[in-house]
Design a protein around this ligand. Structure first.
Ligand code: FES
Length: 143
């Protein structure tokens, strides 16, 4: 006669499994490398970023305002888009890139110039966008 044996996990095996799962989650978190943005809360204050003449239509620029880096893209005569230049992967400074994307020199992430979304990883999060406008002869970012 066969006897049905059910193997129940011991208390020790449950604890060990939990520790292994926790370690795996920790490794996955470290592996993705996504870095929380360290940006100031927007106060809505218009801050001069660059002379408008230095940002031609279809042009990009990398600027520093109040000690923080930003990327600018001017898709047409009257529109300017502004993003942080802090890469969402591991915090390197994203460059102005070429074509349709900003490029991070550290691990090759690319971000759309039109909305800051990830065009190529390893970054998984979009670049934070800031309001910007051309006012007179200046490009202003609203910080
Ligand atoms: S820091 Fe790794 S791709 Fe930008």
């Amino acid at each position: 006669m066969k006897q049905k044996i059910t193997l129940l996990p011991t208390r020790r095996s449950v604890i060990e499994a939990s520790l292994v799962a926790g370690a795996a989650v920790t490794l996955v978190s470290c592996g993705s490398g996504d870095k929380a943005q360290d940006l100031p809360e927007s106060t809505g204050t218009a801050t001069d970023a660059i002379d408008a003449a230095k940002l031609p239509v279809q042009g990009t620029a990398s600027v520093t305002v109040d000690g923080r880096g930003y990327l600018l893209y001017r898709p047409d005569e009257s529109t300017v888009l502004a993003y942080t230049s802090v890469c969402t992967h591991q915090g390197c400074k994203v460059g102005t890139g070429s074509g349709e994307v900003f490029e991070c020199p550290c691990h090759g992430s690319q971000f759309s110039k039109t909305d800051g979304s990830v065009a190529q990883g390893p970054a998984k999060k979009s670049l934070a966008r800031f309001a910007a406008a051309i006012e007179g002869d200046k490009v202003k970012i609203y910080l």
